[in-house]
Ligand binder design. Structure first.
Ligand code: TXA
Ligand code: MG
Length: 318
């Protein structure tokens, strides 16, 4: 039986004995295990049905801990870490051999992040090892933003989910790597492109691709509901799908022709943070309603809107 609770010592006991648990972070919930223990890491891949070519992020309590498992830190990486940790930023840095190859899918860089969540921080302080944790959803499905989401989908796979409430950011971390010393954003996320460029200047954003070895997990179809999701102008789509049972995911507007229980507004006041926080739970809710199709509009392409649109496009990809 899986339980949800706030017993950090119980979580420490499970993790120390090589088990995996549901972990709250400010971005989304993770499925966490001892990053230095290959058998714990293998359990994570199995529970998520995640392909071994898609590496995991390692979570640690603070910048001072990364020397244990990272060999060098470029200056710009250090500036970013100092500006945004703890927070929704992941850095790709050269790993030391203590990090099992399974964690990095054989790559020489390890992805590292310091989560900004009190429960995660308290837990990491009590552990003698960092935590490998992907988002706690079955591979390809919508990321979880509450403990209940984790229980609903991975309850068979974990015995304990630490409850840290609803995730405040609601989008995964922004991933930044370096080619030589040049920074590249591999995934847009909770820290905006503008915020990063304010610290280190111009940064390139790579076009995602499942064949790009530097960002193996950036698959085109991801974060997807089981139902068909179509993006575009909502009024236009309502006409186009006349006769279907339509669910709506809108940024800030209400549509009178659709029953209110079948439409969700991410942020009535047009606030991007609120929209990001609600995005995944709203997609989940729509996925369980008796509708045949979900229609959604993209947000303005600025700030967190860029990351939200990235998730929507992947969720809608065939
Ligand atoms: O906010 C987050 O980042 C959440 C929370 C739980 O921390 N985690 C998360 O993990 O989103 P996941 O596994 O769902 O996504 C991690 C992404 C994948 O696209 C993966 O390919 C990429 O990070 N990644 C991990 N390690 C990498 C590495 N060594 N090199 C390149 N990409 C890496
Ligand atoms: Mg994920």
């Amino acid at each position: 039986m899986t339980s949800i609770g706030s017993d950090i010592d119980h979580a420490v006991k499970l993790l120390t004995s090589g088990e995996i648990i549901g972990l709250p972070t400010e971005t989304v919930y993770g499925l966490a295990g001892n990053a230095f223990n290959s058998s714990a890491v293998a359990k994570i891949f199995k529970a998520k049905q995640r392909p071994f070519f898609d590496p995991l992020i390692v979570h640690t309590g603070g910048l001072e801990q990364i020397d244990d498992f990272v060999s060098t830190v470029p200056d710009k990486a250090m500036e970013l870490a100092k500006s945004f940790w703890p927070g929704p930023l992941t850095l790709l840095l050269p790993k030391k051999s203590i990090v099992p190859d399974l964690v990095t899918s054989g790559l020489t860089n390890v992805a590292i992040r310091v989560p900004n969540h009190p429960t995660a921080q308290n837990l990491l302080k009590k552990l003698t090892f960092p935590l490998a944790a992907p988002s706690a959803n079955p591979f390809g499905y919508i990321s979880p933003t509450t403990a209940q989401h984790v229980l609903d989908q991975l309850g068979q796979e974990v015995s304990y989910v630490l409850d840290g409430g609803m995730c405040k950011v609601g989008l995964e971390s922004t991933i930044v790597g370096f080619e030589k010393e040049t920074p590249i954003i591999y995934r847009l996320g909770g820290i905006t492109l503008d915020a990063i460029q304010d610290v280190i200047g111009k940064v390139e954003v790579t076009i995602h691709s499942s064949s790009n070895p530097a960002a193996p997990g950036q698959l085109k179809r991801h974060y997807s509901p089981r139902k068909k999701l179509v993006l575009g102008d909502i009024n236009h789509l309502i006409d186009q799908y006349k006769g279907h049972k339509i669910g709506i995911l809108s940024f800030d507007k209400n549509y009178d022709s659709i029953p209110s229980q079948y439409q969700f507004i991410l942020s009535p006041s047009g606030d991007m943070h609120e929209a990001a926080q609600n995005l995944f739970s709203t997609l989940r809710a729509l996925d369980t309603l008796p509708v045949d199709i979900i229609i959604a509009s993209l947000l303005p392409s600025q700030g967190l809107g860029l990351a939200i649109n990235d998730r929507l496009k992947r969720a809608a990809a065939e």
